[in-house]
Design a protein around this ligand. Structure first.
Ligand SMILES: [Fe+2]
Ligand SMILES: [Fe+2]
Length: 172
């Protein structure tokens, strides 16, 4: 007869609770964007697995990577008909401002703040990549923009289009 105690008790471990893991659900279909996103996920994962006292240089490199990551997408939006102020670009600016402010707090002694920010970013990024970034990738493809060379197959494809919204399925 089987008793409940006969089964070896396996502790349930959720790896996500100890860091951050890339998922193919985050793929947008744009190879260059996905490459940048994998780097973002790897850096975030390493950061969250690092003790607070050693996080600052990793975090500063992560912020620098994110500056370039967001600038790349903003540049692609500008090249394909988005207005300078659109909610995707605005969200990038807001996130970066918050990320940069964290450095000063850490330096003033709030050393747990980088992990808190990292956890918030893990949640934010999954949502952002699957909505705004996926929408942007779809838009780039629809207008014939090659993100590898940052060129448009036919400039006329965007002449008629001015995108002031997100160009994605969600603007929240
Ligand atoms: Fe992105
Ligand atoms: Fe984005």
């Amino acid at each position: 007869m089987n008793s409940p105690s006969a089964a070896p008790s396996q502790p349930t471990i959720d790896p996500a609770a100890f860091g951050y893991q890339w998922s193919d659900a985050l793929l947008t279909g744009d190879a260059r964007m996905d490459h940048t996103h994998r780097e973002f996920a790897e850096q975030l994962s390493t950061l969250l697995a690092t003790p607070a006292k050693d996080q600052l240089p990793l975090y500063q490199a992560f912020v620098a990577h994110t500056v370039a990551h967001f600038a790349q997408e903003d540049r692609w939006m500008q090249a394909t008909g988005f207005t300078a102020s659109n909610c995707h670009t605005d969200q990038h600016a807001m996130i970066l401002e918050t990320m940069q402010a964290v450095v000063q707090h850490y330096q003033k002694g709030e050393t747990e703040i980088i992990s808190r920010m990292g956890e918030a970013l893990a949640e934010w990024f999954d949502q952002h990549a699957q909505t705004m970034d996926a929408g942007l990738a779809q838009h780039l493809q629809s207008v014939g923009f090659d993100s590898a060379t940052e060129t448009l197959a036919d400039a006329a494809a965007i002449r008629e289009v001015t995108v002031s919204g997100c160009g994605s399925v969600s603007c929240s």
